[in-house]
Design a protein around this ligand. Sequence first.
Ligand SMILES: [Fe+2]
Length: 381
Amino acid sequence: MKPNMSVGEILDALRVNAALPEELSEATPPQLYSSQEVMDLEIQRIFNKEWHCVGREDAFEAPGTYRTAIIGRDPVIVLRDRDGVLRAMSNICRHRMSTLLEGEGQLQTRITCPYHAWSYSLDGHLKAALHMRDNFDVTSCRLPQFRVEIWFGWVYVNLDPGAELLAPRLAGLEKRYESYKVASYRSLFTAEEVWDTNWKILVQNFMDLYHLFWVHAETVEHALPTRLTEAIPGGEGYAVSEQLRVEGTSFEYDDAMEVTNPDIDERLKSVVPLIAVFPTQVMSISPERTFWLSLQPLAVDKVKVFWGVDVYPGSFPEGEEGVRRKEQLRASFDRINNEDKGIIANIARNAAALHAEPGRMSPKELSIVDFQRYLARMLCD
Ligand SMILES: [Fe+2]
């Protein structure tokens, strides 16, 4: 394909791609992964308008707990205020635009800028600024506040005050999977990494049932074989597919763990759905655990991956056995992530090549088609 296509030509190619009938579906036009102009457009039309996962609600239980994230180009703070309200606000000082907080942690009563010590209350009001003239009124400043929504125990933030609620777009998922009671799962661990790929390649890779038997032949395939997977038609805001667990197997642990989630539908006991909550969250849910990734693009070929595992509290052992299980889970998911990293880094590099040509896709890649159609709806007017 032509490496120097205009953004209009790239969007035309996406429109054509998204309009293909399912049985003729093709991989994403590569320029969509490599173009800086496309990324700029994604920030305007996707990142500034959609809901983004910033972690699990139970990670914000203690008053003053905070975590930072980047949504599009906007750094944000999510915190539990002393009054119990979970808030999201801009992480940019109203003075000279320094970043206020880094990473995650615990606040007492103030957010203090590291540059000139402007200090804000946990609801974002400026409370103190030293060495200013008398004509400056600190009460005139507040950090811009953003909307927060909880779904299945995850916390989502939206920069757009006019955005529609998230939950109604995910109603199809809620109906199908509510008996897992995912909101009751407890955070086991989280991790943050930077992967060398385009964020969309990572979403597609996670939803790709087709690569499991080959890339993950030594890890996932024996427990969740590709032949027992099925992509299900998605919704406006999500894609979904289902894997079936071979009875008594596990790729997460060295032995199968007994599942004690008593509320779960009989059908779901052996089902492991793979879900993309568009645009930036992907997850795998089983009766005893979740495994999820939330993506924050840093550049066309770099993405910050905030990921975690949560466990159904009734299934997960306490004490030493719990520690052992946690280490096994961490090692298993690290290994699976590592099996993917090199491949999707290569795809991002190859996307800029003269001879990168998208090819026909398998029915096991239908969730990728759902995502391509979502991108076309969001990016092509
Ligand atoms: Fe994979």
